[in-house]
Every structure is written in C-alpha cells, then in structure tokens.
Design a protein around this ligand. Structure first.
Ligand code: AMP
Length: 196
C-alpha cells in the first residue's frame, strides 16, 4: 500500500502557483486544499463564515488563525482527503498555522513543502499586467509586503526543519512543472513512500 502525497506549496501571488497546482493535482490525484478558494466560496455563498471573512479579504488582510485552522482541519480529517492526499495552497501563512498543521498531521506528516520562487519585481510586473480590479498598485504592494512579513518566516521554518525544496519559477509552464515533479520525486524518495 502506497501512501498518498501530502504536500504544501508556497509562492507569491503572480508566481504561477495556480497553474502548477492544477498540474500536481492531475499528476498525483491529490485534493486541492486552497484556503483562499474556501474563503471565497464561503463569502460568495453568504455563510456566517463568509460574512466574517469577506471584509477582511477585501481589505487585503489575513483571516485570523483560529478560523483558518478550523476550516483546514475539517478538510484534512475527511475520509476523501485522507485517501487521496493533498496539496495545501495558501496555508500555512503564519507560524501558528504551521505549528497547527504539524500537530494536525501527527505521525503521517508531510512529504515536504515546495517554494515556487519568482523574484519580487517579476511577480509585481505580472500582477500589474493582468490588470484585475483588486490589483491596484497599492493593493499589490500591500499583499506582497504581507507575504514577506508573515509567510516568508513560515517558509523559513519549513526550511529549517529540512522540509523545503526551492523551485525556480521562471521559465515556461512545462519547464517549471518538470522541476516541481523532480522536487516531489525527491521528497517521496526521502521518506520511502510512493505517491499513488
Ligand atoms: P489567496 O487566494 O490564497 O491569496 O487568499 C485570498 C484571501 O483569503 C487572502 O488575502 C486572505 O484574506 C484569506 N486567506 C487565505 N488563506 C489564508 C490563510 N492561510 N490565513 C489567513 N488568511 C487567509
């Protein structure tokens, strides 16, 4: 019996994380656990959670750790996700979330974390070029600053615990997805598991 892949992916907005997640999902048959998607769905459905997180998201802030950890925990504990494995996207974003994740996973643990690395000036240019309504110069700068402030220390934490692989995010889509596949294969090899 082979163990399903359990992965975290990091990357600034504009790094191409969405596209690469799609490739990982297709290749490994894992569930896509994106906290941003979960919060957007709650907001659009107008649930109690959605009403709470809507204004926070609109202001470019972070939802508090307790609510965020609860929504991830519920998904991680589902039989479906246990069977398929997962790629976590947008979580953890803070040190407390990282600690909670490690506790939630227990002995199962993670195969590792990938940091899709694209330089700041390049992601800024890409976000400006796609011209979404919420992509004002100030909005872009604020979200990128928040990433450096909160998420980069979280990435460093994974690095210090020997769980991080940096992947160069510059190049064509297929060049980058080949690098990611190699990174994942190295993680699977390290833990002795094989992905499903
Ligand atoms: P994303 O699509 O990952 O950028 O997420 C969209 C928004 O959802 C973020 O700007 C935050 O307001 C919220 N959000 C998503 N993931 C998290 C998280 N792990 N912790 C706190 N807030 C989050």
């Amino acid at each position: 019996m082979t163990k399903p892949l359990r992965l975290v992916i990091f990357g600034r907005q504009g790094a191409g994380k969405g596209t690469q997640c799609d490739q990982i999902i297709e290749r490994y048959g894992v569930a896509h656990l994106s906290t941003g998607d979960m919060f957007r769905a709650a907001r659009d459905a107008g649930t109690e959670l959605g009403l709470q997180v809507g204004p926070i998201m609109a202001a470019g802030g972070l939802v508090d750790d307790e609510m965020t950890i609860a929504i991830v925990k519920e998904r991680l504990e589902s039989d479906e996700v246990k069977a398929s494995g997962f790629v976590l996207d947008g979580f953890p974003r803070t040190a407390d979330q990282a600690a909670a994740l490690v506790e939630m996973l227990g002995d199962e643990g993670l195969h590792g974390a990938i940091n899709l690395d694209v330089p700041l000036d390049e992601v800024t240019a890409r976000m400006k070029a796609r011209g979404r309504v919420d992509d004002t110069d100030d909005g872009i700068a604020q979200r990128l600053a928040l990433y450096d402030e909160q998420t980069v220390p979280t990435i460093n934490w994974f690095d210090e615990h020997g769980m991080l692989v940096n992947v160069d995010g510059l190049g064509t889509e297929s060049e980058v997805s080949d690098r990611i596949a190699k990174a994942i294969e190295s993680m699977i090899g390290d833990t002795g598991d094989a992905a499903g």
